[in-house]
Ligand binder design. Sequence first.
Ligand code: ATR
Length: 272
Amino acid sequence: MINAKTKLCCIIGNPVEHSLSPQMHNAAFRKLELNYIFLAFKVENVKAALEGFRSIVTKGIVVTIPHKLSVMKYVDEIDEIALKIGAVNAIVNVKGKLNATNTDCGGAIDAMEENINLKGKKISLLGAGGAARAVAYGLKMKRAKVYIYNRTLDSAKKLVNDFSLDGCSPLRNFKGIRNSDVIINATSVGMAPNEEQSPIPSDCITSNHLVFDIVYAPHHTKLIKYAKAKKAKIIYGYKMVLYGGMRIFEFFTGKKAPKEVLEKTLLSAISK
Ligand code: ATR
């Protein structure tokens, strides 16, 4: 029941209507009978929004595109992981102090570690944007060998340099990908409405690969279809949302997230 003691959590972004966070977190709040509510707010002025949230004591704020960098100026404390990645996606209000973190990185790593021990593995990471940066940092922490493949070589070089990664190549030079252990798509290629696109051709993939596409809409991306046809192991994009969401839930409530509820809610929202 919503009453005067209900704690408000929200997601801010622009656009934000596509967000799966409200469904996922409200289902989990109900399951654990927590007096919390989760809403989505379309925000243009981040500074004004954060001042408002401070004064009305919002419990937790998820931050999505395009505000992951700009919010950093308006919080009180940023943890090391978010500082290194250079982006924030979750803020918790502790007695009026806004503490920020990044769960994109941990969400991706948790999804992979469910399947593989990353230490020493050769990873072909496709992309060098914000998402790739969060994933690359996590992989480096796990002591994997990370090779970046990106359309724009300069961004790939910068990422390799920032995190002391193991090398990079233009995305069109995809030959080396066949010899890696894991392929991760952290580009936006294949995302709806461009569902017929894949960042790499199917002959880069073998049955020895673990293929993780962080694109979650559509559920079965072209790359995932290629990987299935090659009998490679696959990780669907929603897993990063799931594990990132679990970390956010715990950050906001201090309670262990009910994984089955979050997963069921996510899968039913994605398959609609
Ligand atoms: P996000 O925060 O989701 O990572 P981003 O920072 O805009 O978004 O990064 C998008 C990534 O997808 C980049 O690596 C981009 O490649 P460029 O650095 O060359 O722009 C990649 N990308 C987007 N569209 C692409 C396309 N059509 N072909 C290949 N790569 C593409």
